[in-house]
Write a protein that binds this ligand. Structure first.
Ligand SMILES: NC(=O)c1ccc[n+]([C@@H]2O[C@H](COP(=O)([O-])OP(=O)(O)OC[C@H]3O[C@@H](n4cnc5c(N)ncnc54)[C@H](O)[C@@H]3O)[C@@H](O)[C@H]2O)c1
Length: 330
């Protein structure tokens, strides 16, 4: 049994709270939030105790799950590391990669376990695709195509502090790309526009983009991202190799087809991203807890967090300069 504290009782913290409560090897002990009433409401739902953030780092928990607002993550990561507590941190560690690096240095120094919330890796179809690639069934990887299409643009207030489409949305796919191919991109060129909402453009961001990347192996990649579809949440990943192609397909919300006369009507996609990827949050927690129990598990750690940020930073520079940008792979 591992004792956990949850920091952040907002949207994603509420989802994590349910998974912590349901996990058979987790003692969901503490909830903290800058808003004590929020912490209290969530804690009492699951028999946990509401506590101030300060006290979390002086408590006896084995691990903290950091799901508070992004600007708080780096500081809390450092404090948990200094307290010897294992860390599951929602992405990103910090929008500023230099600040994120300092937090990761504290984690390394303390030698505590750390996982970053790149939960898409835990999607069953994406994981099966990775196995096919890793077994060499497709031969040398030559092309990767990914679609990352959210159903609705978030509010402008969110866009303004998000770090931009590359750092906020496409970053999950930069991580998936490196993990799937066991390779790293060395160059990126992004074309982007505000086609969904001109106010997103006025805020200095884009809502529609195509990122093309060249991997160290020479493989070529294209990731399209949009903030709005008119048909639900659309995510797909295709890997094309010298010996074949494999695809983690876009997924319907059910698998019903109705056939009448010369027509076939099949179910459409999930209504939103959460409906599509919600199971991956529980699977990610499973992996983290298994790691805490000494099992040999593969999950995205501090290195993966920094790597994806470096790619997202380069992609953002490419958008700003309208030119290809080399990626520092150090
Ligand atoms: N992995 C994913 O797919 C995914 C999805 C959504 C959000 N996120 C990440 O999760 C984080 C939270 O997002 P959200 O949508 O739940 O936001 P939210 O605004 O709903 O919740 C944030 C919570 O943090 C609390 N908070 C703010 N400042 C604090 C502080 N100093 N100390 C303690 N608590 C504080 C707020 O009171 C609020 O309850 C963000 O970093 C976001 O990037 C990840």
């Amino acid at each position: 049994m591992k004792r956990f504290a949850l920091i952040g009782a907002g949207f994603i913290g509420t989802l994590h709270a349910r998974n912590l409560f349901r996990h058979p090897e987790v003692d969901f002990a503490l909830v903290a939030d800058v808003d004590p009433a929020r912490a209290q409401a969530l804690a009492s739902q699951y028999g946990a105790r509401a506590i101030s953030v300060e006290k979390v780092f002086a408590s006896d928990v084995d691990a903290v799950l950091i799901a508070s607002s992004t600007p708080t993550h780096a500081d809390y990561v450092e404090r948990a590391a200094r307290a010897g507590q294992a860390i599951y941190c929602e992405k990103p560690i910090d929008l500023d990669t230099r600040r994120a690096k300092r937090a990761v240095a504290a984690v390394r120094e303390a030698g505590v376990a750390m996982m970053i919330g790149f939960n898409r890796r835990f999607d069953a179809s994406h994981a099966a695709l990775k196995d096919v690639v890793a077994r060499g069934e497709l031969g040398r990887v030559e092309l990767v195509q990914m679609s990352c299409r959210s159903q609705d643009a978030p509010p402008l207030s969110y866009i303004e502090v998000s770090g931009g489409q590359m750092r906020d949305q496409t970053i999950h796919f930069f991580d998936l790309l490196c993990w799937l191919t066991e390779d790293v991109p060395v160059e990126v060129h992004v074309f982007g526009e505000a086609l969904v909402d001109p106010r997103i453009g006025e805020a200095g961001d884009v809502d529609t983009s195509i990122a093309t990347l060249r991997m160290a192996s020479g493989a070529l990649v294209q990731i399209d991202s949009t903030r709005r579809t008119r048909y639900g949440y659309d995510e797909r990943v295709e890997v094309f190799g010298a010996q074949g192609m494999a695809e983690s397909r876009r997924q319907p919300h059910r698998h019903l087809s109705v056939y009448k006369g010369r027509e076939q009507v099949s179910d459409g996609l999930h209504a939103d991203w959460l409906e599509r990827i919600e199971p991956t949050f529980a699977a990610a927690l499973d992996a983290f807890v298994a790691g805490l129990h000494g099992k040999d598990v593969d999950y995205p750690g501090a290195e993966a967090a920094l790597r994806a940020q470096r790619i997202a930073d380069a992609a953002t520079r490419s958008l700003q300069t309208r030119a290809p940008v080399a990626i520092d792979v150090d």
